[in-house]
Design a protein around this ligand. Structure first.
Ligand code: FRU
Length: 577
């Protein structure tokens, strides 16, 4: 069809029902602008997506809370997968910057297409469809763990940042719920936190859940929204934003109640440092202090802080978490600082430039804690991914996972506090033993176990002692030649996780790698390995390594090996999670 001056006539011919069902009609207003209408009974329209750089702008017309145009990769020449567009409150969709010749018009559907199941994990959270990054707004209330997350509901790459939502009773199985916050005239909805306002300090209502997030528009500012139904739906505060700055990077507010000063404290990333603000009502914020400019890594912009107190020795210490890219440590990392916080200022105990990291793996970022955990534990979750290759993961229709929830403690390591993660006790409580052996003498090689893929995620746990070997390794294999090697290198005093032969690697040259964590000097080492369809998380008494893997078929075998001597593996248990 030739597009010429008579474009209006040409396109105003009338409703052009294009190859979909009788429920969908498409009107092309001109060669780049179209309107999609759907009969009233239809609740969801499935949009055909092509993963490329091109994006159309889709505007929901009606009384919908999606008030800003959404950037959607509508298929031009091929359909990679489908994304749902829920239609409650939507009269029609106006689509701009999308040629009437594109393939998408023939492939709109109201029937739910199949989900790609490859690499879907068993106990690691992923969104049903679309993109996921940072965990956001987590709070625990009445037996429910709420998890919101950075989400693109309209494609499996970063964009249209919204807050997706899921809830769990056991931190293992998650129910997917509708997204709660969509981009608006102040910008996209970036990371943030949520608190339960028991005393109604904000005046939204007793027990309101208040989300504090970054509005990322031309500038970054902090906004709030409240929920009066326990976190299922949120209303944005009419006087947003509640905190602005001249800084370009000013984001990821983490808010908690500070009992000694009876105020809310917000810590947020501002440039490559942290700022602390206080408030009596979550609406008006007062600057307290700025810290971090002269300590820690500064190899990337500081992001996603958290600040909390943990028991240490006979007292307690405060911990400041800070996510950033540290290229020498493999990209996305969470550094932390231990120190004191007096309600105004955080002061680290040491001002080292090379701070320790919370996890020595490649895939653990933007880690923050749940608010409101009754027993005071710091239960956290990290985004199981790395900005170095996040948009390239070899999954279809969805992209990104969370780590399993971890709980944190401070241990005395070589005379100084060290922050250590272990699987949250809720995750361990779900396990059922599949295999156990009391004592195994490992000399060269010992084939320990064959796994049935249908059993899903599993945990390997054992103690290692009487070591004369230089290396004791645990190796996971499948029948397609893929393996992951987790080894105690006693000669170098490090734990190594090698994923250079773990399966699919070629989606990004930065993926194949060996991670290393320090070992403690104890004579008896213990390890927990959590193995899921596309990740391996390892925990020793002082370090954790969380890594993605994409094996061509799940790992079905576990063996131990030694180099240069022998080792005793005690209390080997393999549990289904
Ligand atoms: C960290 C981050 C945050 C930001 C969000 C945007 O991964 O860059 O700083 O709020 O992602 O999606």
């Amino acid at each position: 069809m030739k597009i010429g001056l008579n474009i209006t006539t040409l396109f105003a011919v009338g409703l052009l029902a294009v190859g979909c069902t009788s429920e969908i009609s498409v009107e092309h207003l001109n060669n780049l602008t179209s309107v999609i209408s759907v009969t009233d009974s239809v609740e969801c329209l499935w949009l055909p997506i092509e993963e490329g750089d091109y994006e159309a702008q889709v505007i929901a017309v009606g009384s919908d809370n999606r008030t800003a145009p959404l950037n959607i990769r509508l298929a031009q020449t091929k359909v990679d997968y489908y994304m749902p567009f829920t239609l409650e409150g939507v009269e029609r969709l106006r689509v701009e910057n999308c040629s009437y010749e594109n393939l998408c018009w023939q492939n709109l559907t109201t029937t739910q297409p199949d989900l790609d199941k490859s690499y879907r994990q068993d106990v690691h959270f992923s969104t049903a469809r679309g993109w996921i990054n940072d965990p956001n707004g987590m709070f625990y209330l009445n037996g429910e763990w709420h998890l919101y997350y950075q989400h693109n509901p309209y494609g499996a790459r970063w964009g249209n940042m919204s807050w997706g939502h899921a809830v769990s009773h056991d931190l293992v199985s998650w129910e997917h719920l509708p997204a709660v916050l969509y981009p608006d005239e102040l910008g996209a909805i970036f990371s943030g936190s949520a608190v339960v306002d028991k005393d109604n300090t904000a005046g939204f209502g007793e027990g309101a859940v208040v989300a504090i997030y970054t509005s990322a528009g031309a500038r970054q500012s902090q906004s709030i929204a409240y929920s009066l139904d326990g976190g299922t739906t949120f209303t944005k505060y009419e006087n947003n934003p509640v905190l602005t700055s001249h800084r370009i990077d000013f984001r990821d507010p983490k808010v908690f109640w500070h009992t000694p000063t009876e105020r809310w404290i917000m810590v947020l990333a501002a440039g490559n440092a942290m700022e602390i603000y206080s408030s009596k009502n979550l609406k008006e914020w007062t600057f307290e202090s700025r810290c971090g400019e002269d300590w820690g890594y500064h190899t990337g912009v500081w992001e996603c802080p958290d600040l909390f107190e943990l028991p240490y020795e006979n007292g307690s210490k405060w911990v400041l978490l800070c996510s950033l890219s540290i290229p020498e440590r493999g990209g996305s990392s969470v550094q932390y600082f231990v120190g004191e916080f007096d309600g105004h200022t955080f002061t680290p105990n040491t001002k080292t430039s090379k701070a320790d990291v919370l996890n020595y793996g490649r895939d653990y970022y933007a880690t923050v804690s749940w608010s409101g955990v009754e027993d005071g534990r710091k239960v956290v979750v990290g985004w199981q991914n790395n900005w170095e290759y996040a948009n390239d993961l070899p999954t279809q229709g969805y992209r990104g996972y969370m780590s399993i929830p971890h709980q944190l403690r401070l241990v005395n390591h070589k005379g100084a506090p060290k922050l250590v993660a272990e699987p949250a006790q809720e995750v361990l409580a779900q396990s059922k033993t599949l295999h156990s052996e009391d004592v195994v003498e490992v000399k060269d090689k010992y084939n320990a176990w064959r796994h049935n893929c249908d059993d899903g995620a599993f945990m390997v746990e054992c103690d290692i002692e009487n070591v004369t070997a230089q290396v004791l390794g645990l190796k996971l294999f499948n029948d397609n030649g893929d393996w992951v090697d987790v080894c105690f290198d006693f000669a170098e005093n490090v734990l190594k996780v090698d994923r250079t032969n773990s399966g699919v690697l070629d989606f990004n040259p930065k993926f194949a790698s060996v991670s290393e964590a320090p070992l403690s000097d104890v004579a008896r080492q213990s390890i927990k390995l959590i193995v899921d369809r596309s990740s391996v998380e390892c925990f020793t008494d002082i370090a954790a390594i969380s890594n993605l893997v994409f094996p061509n078929g799940c790992y079905t075998r576990l063996s131990f090996y030694t180099i240069g001597g022998t080792a005793k593996v005690n209390n080997l248990t393999i549990k289904k999670l």
